[in-house]
Write a protein that binds this ligand. Structure first.
Ligand code: G1P
Length: 287
């Protein structure tokens, strides 16, 4: 698997005014921007060409993956920070495609897919942060499953009833081992319209057939091109597999203020256990 498409052209209105000048994808989760976690996740699965779909005001996302500005006194930094900067300098080369108009996730993926030589590719949505709880690398597992079966693979997570309307929800037949053959996919279902609680995480491996489907998909006036609609069409001609990944990962929706705060708090408490008592004290005394 060579390519990862990372759609990053959205405006993140939920985070205004913070997102007015700084792309949401560069908001720090602890001391790394969200986009770096996503690129590292792709690279850890052996993917080495990263295509960002960007738009006006988003250029600094690409700057982040350049070598560091020589004005920074890197040689004088402590060895821990220095090695993290060196790792980032050599992490990956990124490519960028502009999405001139906000025409939806399907359209963003199609823009990126123009660069993937009609090969299978992955899509990682940067709003979703996937933090492994153990040694399983789910993105790598998805790549391996695709290589074994030739099928598209979609990462899934279990969500409570009230969260279903925020995500794409899939129905399917269990194949055991947290895998299923997807039979139906509904984007942001109305309450009561599906019994399934399996939501699309925002990690996809897609076969090139999806490109032809997206190319034919019309965008109705005032609406968007949905990736889910294209995957629903794909189900008519190809088997699509779902992989439930939330037993092996914590998944944070950092596109919401709540998910962003939880991700930051959790990662801080994990990395700096000494902060836990200060946080507890602060909350107990003041809230
Ligand atoms: C997109 C997808 C949806 C998926 C979600 C994950 O929705 O359309 O199926 O569950 O990402 O974050 P969006 O969040 O862009 O509205």
């Amino acid at each position: 698997m060579r390519y990862a498409i990372i759609p990053a052209a959205g405006f993140a209105t939920r985070f205004l005014p913070a997102s007015k000048c700084v792309p949401k994808e560069l908001f720090p989760i602890l001391d790394k921007p969200a986009a770096q976690y996503i690129v590292e996740e792709a690279v850890s699965a052996g993917i080495n060409s990263v295509i960002f779909i960007t738009g006006m005001g988003k250029e600094s996302i690409l700057d982040h993956f350049d070598t560091i500005n020589p004005k920074f006194p890197v040689a004088k930094l402590n060895s821990d920070i220095k090695s993290r900067i060196e790792d980032l300098d050599s992490l990956v080369d990124v490519i960028s495609v502009r999405q001139k108009k906000p025409l939806g996730l399907g359209h963003a993926v199609l823009k990126g897919a123009e660069l993937v030589d009609r090969k299978s590719f992955s899509v990682l949505l940067p709003d979703m942060l996937v933090v492994p709880t153990g040694s399983v690398n789910s993105m790598l597992e998805m790549v391996k499953l695709h290589e074994r079966t030739g099928r598209s693979v979609i990462a899934l997570m279990k969500v409570p009833e009230h969260m279903k309307s925020k995500y794409g929800i899939v129905e399917g037949t269990s194949l055991g081992n947290n895998l299923l053959k997807i039979t139906k996919m509904i984007e942001k279902p109305a309450p009561g319209s599906t019994d399934s609680n399996l939501a699309v995480v925002g990690r996809y491996i897609l076969t090139p057939s999806i490109i032809e489907i997206l190319e034919k998909q019309e965008i109705k006036k005032g609406s968007e091109m949905q990736l889910t609609d294209a995957i629903v069409k794909l189900l008519d001609s190809e088997e699509v597999l779902g992989m439930v990944i939330d037993d092996d990962n914590l998944i944070f929706d950092t596109g919401s203020v709540e998910g962003f705060v939880l991700a930051n708090t959790f990662l801080a408490m994990k990395r700096f256990p000494e902060f836990r008592n200060s946080l507890k004290d602060l909350l107990e005394k003041n809230l």
